[in-house]
Design a protein around this ligand. Structure first.
Ligand SMILES: NC(=O)c1ccc[n+]([C@@H]2O[C@H](COP(=O)([O-])OP(=O)(O)OC[C@H]3O[C@@H](n4cnc5c(N)ncnc54)[C@H](OP(=O)(O)O)[C@@H]3O)[C@@H](O)[C@H]2O)c1
Length: 266
């Protein structure tokens, strides 16, 4: 069964591809065998990318306020596709438009799963404002003392692989978290302990966070992201699930183990 992995060069997709027997990487710039051109901004690429494909790992268009119309158009063209696994988020509620409208589109497929991961541990290591904070010694958020059960993207990929290949389709939402809910200050303390370099967390107001983020992304998107920090401050992400172990048979990785592994590789 061939799977098109949209975002196959990205954080979760690149970890998913090696777990699949027959994956095709959807990318805007295919350079290797096993890659196919796929660009959400160029609908003419849809047909070629899903040709002969039975399942899709679907990462929605990045930074688009209402991705539902283009995702709906893509799914209507994907006639050979039976199964779709959507990467959504624990922080995105169902809604009539926007990111929250995507689960309903995917549930209309014959076989499906909606992945709702918590915040990625990889935000602390990659090309992300939190990672920049780790490097500078000060992580700035508007999350206060709110806690998040950060999840390793490798654990998301492991759940996605099962959702894509299990003979019986999951046909459910998977709320995916790491094994413990911790605050950004706790994460900073773990990093300090592991690296011997002081990293602290400074919490600012939601409005200040939106202003800071608007330096990097459009103001509307910055306000949305700062609002998610406010939700964390209010306790929205203070929860732990056993989904990774339930689906894959092994427990989710802790933040400490993740960061230790990251240090040993870098
Ligand atoms: N970070 C978090 O804490 C978090 C938490 C929960 C949910 N999420 C969700 O995770 C998703 C991102 O997943 P990820 O982190 O695995 O991906 P990612 O690392 O952000 O990578 C995105 C991929 O999308 C591809 N891409 C960019 N623009 C594209 C376009 N116009 N058409 C087709 N592909 C395009 C890029 O591939 P090419 O450059 O090769 O084209 C890239 O590999 C977002 O929807 C986010 O809401 C994130």
């Amino acid at each position: 069964m061939t799977t098109l992995v949209i975002g196959g060069t990205g954080t979760t997709g690149s970890l998913l591809v090696p777990l699949l027997p027959d994956a095709v990487v959807g990318t805007r710039k295919p350079v290797r065998p096993g890659q196919v051109r796929f660009d959400w901004d160029v609908p003419a690429t849809f047909d070629g990318a899903v040709d002969g494909v039975q399942s899709v790992y679907l990462i929605p268009p990045v930074g688009v306020v209402d991705p539902a119309p283009v995702v709906e158009s893509f799914l209507s063209q994907a006639r050979s596709v039976r199964r779709v696994v959507l990467l959504s988020s624990s922080a995105v509620p169902e809604s009539a438009t926007g990111m929250g409208a995507l689960p309903a589109l995917v549930r209309a497929m014959p076989e499906w799963a909606v992945l709702r991961p918590s915040w990625f541990m990889q935000n602390f290591t990659g090309d992300h404002p939190v990672a920049a904070g780790v490097r500078s010694g000060e992580i700035v958020t508007a999350t206060g003392d709110g806690r998040v059960a950060f999840i390793d993207a490798a654990d998301i990929a492991a759940v996605a692989a099962r959702a894509l290949t299990d003979p019986v389709p999951h046909n459910t939402d998977h709320l995916i978290t790491g094994p413990e809910a911790i605050g950004y200050a706790d994460a900073a303390a773990i990093i300090t302990d592991l690296t011997g370099r002081a990293v602290r967390h400074r919490s600012v107001s939601t409005a200040e966070m939106a202003e800071r983020m608007a330096l990097a992304v459009p103001a509307e998107f910055a306000a949305l992201l700062a609002g998610l920090d406010e939700d964390i401050r209010g306790g929205a992400e203070d929860r732990v699930t056993t989904t990774v172990e339930d689906v894959t048979g092994r427990p989710a990785r802790s933040f400490r183990a993740f960061f230790q592994d990251h240090l040993s590789r870098s």
